[in-house]
Design a protein around this ligand. Sequence first.
Ligand code: NDP
Length: 448
Amino acid sequence: MDTKAYIEDVYGQICRRSAGEGEFHQAVDEVLRSLEPVLERHPEYVDAGIVERMSEPERQVMFRVPWVDDQGVVRVNRGFRVEFNSALGPYKGGLRFHPSVNLGIVKFLGFEQIFKNALTGMAIGGGKGGADFDPKGRSDGEVMRFCQAFMTELYRHLGEHTDVPAGDIGVGAREIGYLFGQYKRITNRYESGVLTGKPVAWGGSHARTEATGYGTVYFAQEMLATRGQSFEGRRVVVSGSGNVAVYAIEKVHALGGRVIACSDSSGYLVDEEGIDLDLLKDIKEVRRERISAYADAKPTARFSARGTVYDVPCDLALPCATQNELRRDDAAALVKNGVIAVAEGANMPCTPEAVEVFREGGVLFGPGKAANAGGVATSALEMQQNAARDTWSFQQTESRLAAIMRDVHAQCRETAETYGANADDYVLGANITGFLRVADAMTAQGVV
Ligand code: NDP
């Protein structure tokens, strides 16, 4: 069978075996499309069944999460942990609490995580988890009880050398605190390295909160530099207003750019003066309100519940909200308005059709696997600090992050060229670099 037919055959098997898991199919399809030149050069990976093994999780756990709300009503959610691949290290990847969470979404995230984690060059495998629980509008007491119920099942699968979760959508410092407290209570162990994204005061790393957003901007900065350009004076649009978005905005402003629009799931906000980050953080992080509150507080801003943030003309776009939020029409609008570069702060925010529009339009496109790898890389730095019972300064940690992002960027370009593509093909470069590292480790470890 020729390589193309082999890949199609494997993809067909995966789709049949995981019926209804659309996002997972999409993520697998994107990686498999990149692998043709690798498998042609290395038939030993085909003989060893690497692709088939890599696309089947080593283990997946689904469990009931029963808890009691403030009115005394018993609630039941579904929890997930997909331990995808441990060839390079313990399973590593965040927990997402959002009503849309289902097995297909957790699997797509876990699958992407394998390649992303490998790209960082650190000793971490890939995994992901979460629950279909919506923390929005819930009291702190309800969130705590939910987190305790969730960890009461999850703890038996975790360990600093086994599986190390972190935050993601709906899981920030508050949730990590409750999860860690329950893990400690059940196991009677102060195992700092079992969760990352902890507050600095008790085992967290400086710069972890900022890492994904900052890292995405560093990656975009590297992409711009290949064309002799920079963020200075650029108009930038960011989607979302959560952890990744807020710190992407902060770093763009530090590099001389101006973020003029951002969003949440209720709509988007334009402020031609540049987003006032203190106000945004107060609304989203302290008051936990909708983004429209920003426009109520600042006369230069306008809020729109219709259309998308990508309708706003800009030089760079950083999608930092959620999967498949940037579609073909959005990409076409961005290209029409002259966008130079798009870097994914979120996981798979651009649909395949949107990515194709960017490719045809000559737009520099940084896929999430590479562009948002700074978050998990800094989580691995947090694990290093925990293992050494050490705390590095903000500056030291941020400079490690910046170096990692430069390296990820350089490797994507180098691999793309090695495998016959244009160096600007970051999708191919990221997928192949990650694949090779994991495939070599899997080969060395035998059929397991
Ligand atoms: P947060 O929960 O902090 O923020 C998510 C943001 O996205 C919120 O502003 C939310 O708005 C918005 N959002 C969610 N769904 C939609 C939607 N359908 N349309 C528009 N906006 C939406 O999550 P994070 O910032 O941590 O994560 C954002 C993305 O980055 C995710 O894809 C995540 O997987 C990825 N990522 C995160 C990392 C991290 O370190 N946190 C690491 C690597 C990737 P609302 O409040 O209205 O729901």
